[in-house]
Design a protein around this ligand. Structure first.
Ligand code: FES
Length: 160
């Protein structure tokens, strides 16, 4: 049973179209993204066309349509970080990781998500890498962090 099926199964009788967004949010919280199958399941449950689910889901930039990579980078694009050159970091990540339109790196290992204020403006510009905050970032520090992730992956692979 898929996540969407499980989430829907428990409350099929009480679902209304107003619950479309909360349902999609719940599915994304569990799976990390909204699959085509999940959209079809939600459409069936709400007795509405899949195109409507797709239209609503793509309208909000909180929804993702591809699985998350092994490492998730939340790049703050809030005002304080913007003033401190977060756009330079965004461009650097795009180049280094060869990001696709869905925010995943070409090798699928990384996902970069642009977010509003991460609540750590005093150390702007900020990213969260796998849940850890890193502040006062420069492209050099960012490269060093990504090099560390790569080095750890290489040593884990060698040990396996
Ligand atoms: S604007 Fe980036 S942490 Fe607040």
């Amino acid at each position: 049973m898929t996540t969407a099926e499980a989430i829907i199964a428990g409350r099929k009788e009480q679902l209304t179209r107003e619950q479309m967004i909360p349902l999609l949010q719940e599915i994304q919280a569990a799976d990390g993204f909204i699959s085509t199958d999940a959209m079809v399941r939600v459409a069936e449950a709400l007795e509405t066309p899949v195109s409507r689910i797709y239209g609503v889901a793509t309208f909000y930039n909180q929804f993702r349509f591809a699985p998350l990579g092994e490492h998730v980078i939340e790049l703050c694009r809030g005002t304080a970080c913007h003033v401190k050159q977060s756009l330079v970091l965004a461009r650097h990540l795009k180049r280094r990781l060869k990001l696709r339109d869905d925010g995943n790196s070409a090798d699928g290992r990384f996902t970069v998500i642009s977010v509003a204020c991460l609540g750590a403006c005093s150390i702007a510009p900020v990213i969260k890498l796998d849940g850890e905050f890193y502040g006062h970032l420069t492209t050099e520090r960012l490269d060093a962090l990504l090099d560390e992730v790569d080095a750890k992956a290489a040593s884990d692979e060698a040990a396996a």
